[in-house]
Design a binder for this molecule. Sequence first.
Ligand code: BDR
Ligand code: CA
Length: 316
Amino acid sequence: MKKVIIDCDPGHDDAIALLLALHSEEIQVLGVTTVAGNSELENTRRNARKILDYAGATDIDVYSGCERPLMRDLYRLTGAIIHGEDGLGGPHIPDPVIPIKDEHAVDFIIRTLKESDSKAILIPTGPLTNIATAFIKAPEIKEKVEKIIIMGGAVWDPGNITSAAEFNIYVDPEAAKIVFASGCETYLVTLDVTMKAEFFEDDIEELRAQGDKISVIVAELLDFFANTHLEHFGVKSCPIHDALCVGILLDEDLIGFEHTYLDVSVNDPLTLGETVADLWDITGKDKNCYVSKTVDRDKFVDMIKTYMKKTYKSKK
Ligand code: BDR
Ligand code: CA
């Protein structure tokens, strides 16, 4: 069983990442931690619980984390344009019944890793504020991290919030810098692949036609997501970025990675949040990151369709 903590800011693609993990028989979700990113924290922590409730995963706890980046104000504009004012625009999903836990997300991450008799996988699909704060507060937990699979950055292709930067890294570049320097085995699922694993209208219709409760709500979430992508980026398709991070745990051939040294631009306004990879080994620095390079879109689309049809079974 792969033990994971999903640190997210739902967000349409975060929601689908959660559902993919919940429906997998190989993944045990130890807890869901939330962070400000696509929307304010009060929205992201409610949206995470809405999704868990809707999927019947009421035995999984949700924790509320950092409400703003380490050193900056929360950048709000693009999150609202793409994900709606409450962070999860589109279908009506009932308000959650499960309460938010009192323990702070950062303390949950620290406690869970310390108490666990085996290592766990961290899957951050929003800004890296919670993970960086946990590493600062309790650096010893890094030894208990099996790997970190991050959605963020762009190496070969342009960014989506500026020409240089991708949203998650741009929102909290200092946190990202801390995580990349952590020494943990780190996988970065970048826009280079997520933008090529997009869902088209036909895929959404096939999902809807599956007819079960989760497939239908996901199709409705994707209707909204596809429309905001059309309005904002001019393309009638939508990339389910965050779900690819879970996808590689289900099929390791889904994404091809290149091992490299990588750092984040934090001082230059023009390139703020850019993930700069030393692909030609010019610096000679130790490689600290597996950066995504290739993706099998058909495999991913099939995976989403197959797993959305399944149902949640508790692994406690
Ligand atoms: C990332 O930003 C958010 O809008 C998505 O949820 C994803 O995590 C893509 O740049
Ligand atoms: Ca996200």
